[in-house]
Design a protein around this ligand. Structure first.
Ligand code: EPZ
Length: 417
């Protein structure tokens, strides 16, 4: 079992390069099977979620070659078959194979996907979209059989602007006959990255990044070269570290406008940072003002940075409030932060953080990916040593996090116990 060990209270300075966006790459890899040719994707982060998706591709018979951050996928040898439960459950994003297999072969058989325990994580909106396109959905326990004689374009309204459902319906609709309109679509940058990928293959998608996406079905999707956008959540995580213990810490390879809501909040508390074209320089300050945060769909404050930002709020003067509106169980980091010396109370879906408090290093657990990131941040500013268990959660979403932090002065190591 692996653990992360951190000696706190060290200044971080130097530069950290942000990797490709996990939440885009985990959709691009399954989407590649829609092509009748070879696709090449660059800037793919080297994280275990991508390994798990490549395992599914190989299991289906695709040929996958990876060299550094470039993945080449040849799906011409795929034989569409049931994706077994053990690999379906490895990650939430395995569900993108439903949309891709349905879109290409008109049939997908797989099991309810895995993912962090931050909520019940239903897929009803995905299935509703597939049915609107003409598919039937049979559900035997955890197994889903989604198939269609033919897929016809439809008008689909999403009750919730779901990232996964928006992308999955796009994958199922790109080769459907006629026009599909997705209303109340999610607007995250990762969706634009996936739509651009499909259009590079020859799809006809407009409106990605707005709440109405239009898809005209095409017969054939060719090979293409595509690049994963920088990871705005990874970038935000490191910027928060810089705000807490950085000295001119440079976070590079970012798209600043993808972080507007986060940068506005950092400005509000009095954070000292300077934005450049594709990087940001951030330094710590010892006198932050309180603020309130409410997580919302893009372009609102991202739920995936709520937990990391909460650690920063422990250093703000007064009571800050964090309201989580997307996931019903995304405060599992709080008991561990309180054990380290934070003063956080939770009522319904709002955490109240009284600051400033000083954190002391403790033995803590990464309960999910972004709670794990919050534990790393807490360990970096705590007095003494922090050890984090269940670090697989962290390693599946942050490429080379140990090396990236060691390179800027953190006393952090990954130990095998
Ligand atoms: C994506 O999850 C991200 N994961 C999540 O990031 C992120 O928190 C989330 O979007 C919101 O931004 C990936 O992209 C792999 P949703 P997804 O469908 O697509 C409800 C991380 O830390 N809903 O937008 O699963 C759902 O319960 C991860 O990187 C339904 O009710 O999220 C939630 O309340 C964690 N029915 C809300 O919608 C559905 O069919 C938003 O979920 C689908 C979703």
């Amino acid at each position: 079992m692996k653990q992360i060990k951190i000696e706190g209270n060290n200044i971080l300075s130097g530069s950290i390069k942000v990797s490709g966006a996990k939440n885009s790459a985990v959709a691009l890899v399954p989407a590649s099977i829609l092509s009748d040719d070879i696709v090449t994707i660059d800037n793919v982060p080297n994280i275990s979620d991508i390994d798990a998706l490549n395992e599914i591709l190989t299991y289906l018979g695709a040929k996958v070659k990876r060299k550094d951050s470039i993945i080449e996928i040849n799906s011409n040898t795929i034989k569409n078959k049931e994706i077994k439960e053990d690999i379906s459950k490895k990650l939430r994003a395995s569900y993108y194979f439903m949309g891709a297999l349905l879109g290409k072969y008109k049939k997908a058989v797989m099991f309810f996907p895995g993912g962090c325990s931050i909520g019940e994580r239903p897929i009803d909106l995905h299935l509703k979209g597939f049915e609107a396109l003409g598919a039937t959905v049979k559900n035997e326990g955890n197994k889903y059989i989604v198939e269609a004689e033919e897929l016809k374009g439809a008008n689909i309204y999403l009750d919730i602007a779901s990232v996964g459902a928006t992308i999955n319906i796009m994958l199922a609709a790109v080769k459907a006959e006629g026009k599909t309109i997705i209303d109340n679509a999610a607007k995250e940058p990762e969706i634009v990255n996936v739509a651009t990928f499909l259009n590079n293959m020859g799809a006809s998608i407009t409106g990605a990044g707005t709440s109405t996406i239009k898809i005209n079905g095409v017969k054939h999707l060719k090979g293409c070269f595509h690049e994963v956008i920088p990871d705005r959540i990874e970038a935000g995580t490191y910027i928060i570290m810089g705000a807490l213990c950085g000295e001119n810490l440079k976070i590079e390879n970012i798209i600043p406008e993808h972080l507007d809501s986060v940068l506005l909040k950092l400005k509000e508390i009095g954070c000292n940072f300077k934005i450049h074209e594709d990087y940001i320089i951030v330094s710590k300050s010892d006198n932050y003002k309180r603020t309130n945060i409410k997580t919302l769909v893009y372009p609102g404050f991202p739920t995936d940075l709520q937990q990391p930002f909460t650690v920063l709020l422990t250093k703000c003067n007064g009571t800050s409030k964090v309201t989580e509106t997307i996931w019903e169980n995304r405060f599992m980091h709080v008991p561990y932060l309180n054990e380290m010396g934070a003063n956080i109370t939770i009522k319904n879906q709002t955490a109240s953080i009284l600051g400033p408090t000083n954190l002391i290093g403790k033995e803590v657990v990464a309960t999910d990916l972004r709670a794990g990131a919050a534990m790393v941040i807490a360990g970096l500013i705590a007095q003494g040593t922090t050890t984090i268990q269940n670090v697989e959660h962290i390693l599946r979403g942050y490429e080379n996090i140990i090396e990236k932090l060691e390179n800027v002065g953190a006393k952090i190591s990954l130990i095998e116990i």
